[in-house]
Every structure is written in C-alpha cells, then in structure tokens.
Design a protein around this ligand. Structure first.
Ligand code: SF4
Length: 168
C-alpha cells in the first residue's frame, strides 16, 4: 500500500516537473520572440534556386497552418531593408523547393521584437529584380576590364600571348 502511494507521488511530481519545463520553454521562446509551431529546421536546410542563382539558410522553419513560415534572428535591434530582402529571398526559395508559398515570415531582432514580413507582390518583385542584378554582376566578373595600354607596356608583358588587348 505504502509503495503504491510512493509510486503515485513520484508520478505526480514527474508530471508537475514536465509541465513546469514545458512552461519554462514556452516562456523562453516568448522572451526570445519565437513563435509556436512545429520546428522542421533549425539552421539546417540550405535552400537553392539554380535558375534564379539564389541560396539561403533560414534560422528556423516552422510548419503551421498547412504552410511553412521562416524565422530569421538578428542581433540588430532595428529592422533593416536587407533583412526584408533576405526574407523575400526565403519566400521565393521555399516556394520553389518546398512547394508552398508562405504568407509571411518573421524577423526577430536582438531585443526579441518580432517583425512580420508579408509575402506580397511588391516584395517578390523587388527580390527578383535584385536577383537579376546580382546575376548580371556575376556574369560580368569573367569579362575583361577594357584597358588602353601603350605598346611600351605590352612589349615586355608576359601575358601578351594570351591577351586580347595588347597594343602591339
Ligand atoms: S599585353 Fe595585355 S596584359 Fe600585358 S600590358 Fe598589354 S594589355 Fe596589359
């Protein structure tokens, strides 16, 4: 009989400890600005788009309400335009790779403030425009910089045999 009482007491204590732990975790999440929902990735999945030349690894991906919501944590206490652009890139990548269009995401600043970023057409257009500019800049990296050399520079130059801009 006494043993049964002890078993019940231990079970109740374990249950209470579990409840307290759950509330503590929820409190910690709240104070760090984290949302509830099932975490499917913690800085673990790198998303890529070959055709857009984009890649990104969200700090957290949450499955909730039949879609996936990205969260990004920043040490900055202020939301910056490039935080918004980064979230826009995640939206495009999630849609392409995970086949779901997030309605919004959250940037969580250093003080725990949550900034909701809506996945609207304006943000999408801006991100695609930026991606186009980056691709154009990348393609120019391999192009030679036009120069106007004097023959005296080119004559002794060891690169002359391979150079398309030699002046002699
Ligand atoms: S040969 Fe080409 S690389 Fe060499 S000095 Fe002339 S332009 Fe420059």
């Amino acid at each position: 009989m006494e043993l049964t009482v002890w078993v019940v007491a231990v079970a109740v204590l374990a249950l209470l400890a579990g409840l307290l732990l759950m509330l503590a975790v929820r409190g910690m999440r709240g104070s760090r600005g984290l949302a509830s929902g099932k975490t499917i990735s913690l800085d673990r999945i790198t998303l890529r788009s070959q055709c857009l030349g984009l890649a990104g690894r969200p700090d957290r991906l949450i499955k909730t309400g039949g879609t996936i919501i990205p969260e990004e944590w920043k040490s900055s206490r202020v939301l910056r335009p490039w935080h918004r652009a980064q979230m826009g890139v995640y939206f495009v990548l999630i849609e392409e790779e995970l086949k779901t269009r997030p309605p919004h995401g959250f940037v969580i600043c250093g003080d725990g403030t949550r900034h909701r970023i809506d996945n609207d057409d304006r943000l999408r257009a801006w991100v695609l425009e930026l991606a186009g500019q980056i691709r154009a800049a990348r393609s120019k990296v391999s192009m030679p910089i036009p120069v106007d050399p004097k023959p005296v520079w080119c004559r002794p130059c060891g690169m002359r045999a391979h150079c398309g801009q030699a002046s002699i």
